[in-house]
Design a protein around this ligand. Structure first.
Ligand code: NAD
Ligand code: MG
Length: 302
């Protein structure tokens, strides 16, 4: 019945409107993959995100800021008035340069710091470089992640297990610890977890464990840092159309149907989740800490 009503131009129909829906083409890329090779290319808010000075004067480090959810967050933060540093792997330089070009042309301060966060020394250097180049740091988004599916625990190697934990858990610990040297009262830390922390898939054993760790880390650290006036929260995405999924995150048969099972019948686009990070980062939510905010297309995971 609702579908027959005329939709005012100010509304976005979240189900069909302009959003891509499955089936998608099979499109395997080697990890970590590039946004430009995705079909269709995800929407990170490049043309749509409008800021309203909610993060004016803030200084943010976003890991995995070259693509996907991190790119959408970097764009949103910059357009809300923040100076932004992004980290990514050296192989992702073309994606990172797209972000740098877009935001610097608009007059925003955007700093690119490539490097592998599985290395503790690099994590310390990353934070120092970001704080020095931005002239401070008050917003940290631990968003980089490794997700490589494996159908059986018998085939899950120690090397793969270790790489997933180093990227998703150890690096968050190392980067956060280093950032505490710089974060003043009023700062915010936001960690990207996942619905996988609560409803783990059979083929993501290592990944889902790391995402549960991120939730526990977020809640415990929020208590520890409350006396210092630093808020710590997490965003738990459901299925989002990003290169993580097409470069080994899912088998290609699942890529074809990606997001189909969500009540909205499609995956989210990175632009659709950036607003949660902006809200958690903003002074407006100064009483919100130790929380996990979920965006899963209607499943109701949390
Ligand atoms: P993405 O591939 O665009 O982003 C992940 C980023 O992690 C990469 O761009 C890369 O820069 C970074 N990264 C990976 N290994 C690294 C390393 N060793 N050193 C430095 N950087 C490294 O995919 P995305 O989906 O936007 O992922 C962002 C976050 O969202 C991840 O933490 C992911 O687990 C989480 N997430 C994604 C989904 C989804 O459906 N896409 C769902 C739940 C959670
Ligand atoms: Mg990337």
């Amino acid at each position: 019945m609702n579908s027959k009503k005329t939709i005012p131009v100010s509304l976005n129909d979240p189900r069909v409107d302009t959003f891509p829906t499955p089936p998608f083409e099979q499109q395997k890329q080697p990890f970590p993959g590039l946004v430009s090779k995705m079909i269709p290319v995800p929407d990170h808010g490049e043309t749509s995100y409008k800021g309203s000075s909610r993060l004016k004067g803030r200084k943010a480090l976003v890991t995995g800021g070259d693509s996907g959810i991190g790119r959408a967050v970097a764009i949103a933060f910059a357009r809300e008035g923040a100076d932004v540093a992004i980290n990514y792997l050296p192989d992702e330089e073309p994606d990172a340069q797209d972000v740098v070009n877009l935001l610097s042309k608009e007059g925003h301060k955007i700093v690119a710091i490539p490097g592998d966060i599985r290395d503790e020394k690099f994590c310390q250097r990353l934070v120092k470089d970001a704080a020095e180049q931005l002239g401070g740091l008050d917003l940290l988004v631990n968003n980089a992640g490794r997700q490589q599916f494996c159908n059986s625990i018998k085939d899950l190697t120690t090397e793969a297990f270790d790489a997933t934990f180093k990227t998703n858990v150890y690096a968050m610990f190392w980067i956060t610890k280093a950032a505490l040297e710089y974060l003043p009262r009023g700062s915010a830390i936001i960690n990207t977890s996942s619905v996988q922390a609560f409803l783990p898939s059979d083929n993501l054993l290592d990944y889902s464990q790391t995402k549960a760790s991120i939730v526990a880390f977020t809640k415990g650290l929020a208590k520890q840092l409350a006396p210092e006036g630093i808020r710590v929260n997490s965003v738990a995405p459901g299925p989002y159309w990003t290169v993580l999924q097409t470069s080994g995150g899912q088998p290609q048969e699942k890529v074809e149907k990606f997001g189909e099972q969500a009540p909205l019948g499609r995956p989210g686009q990175p632009a659709e989740i950036a607003g949660m990070y902006v809200a958690l980062a903003s002074n407006e939510n100064s009483y919100t800490s130790g929380q996990v905010w979920c965006s899963d297309g209607g499943t109701g995971t949390l």
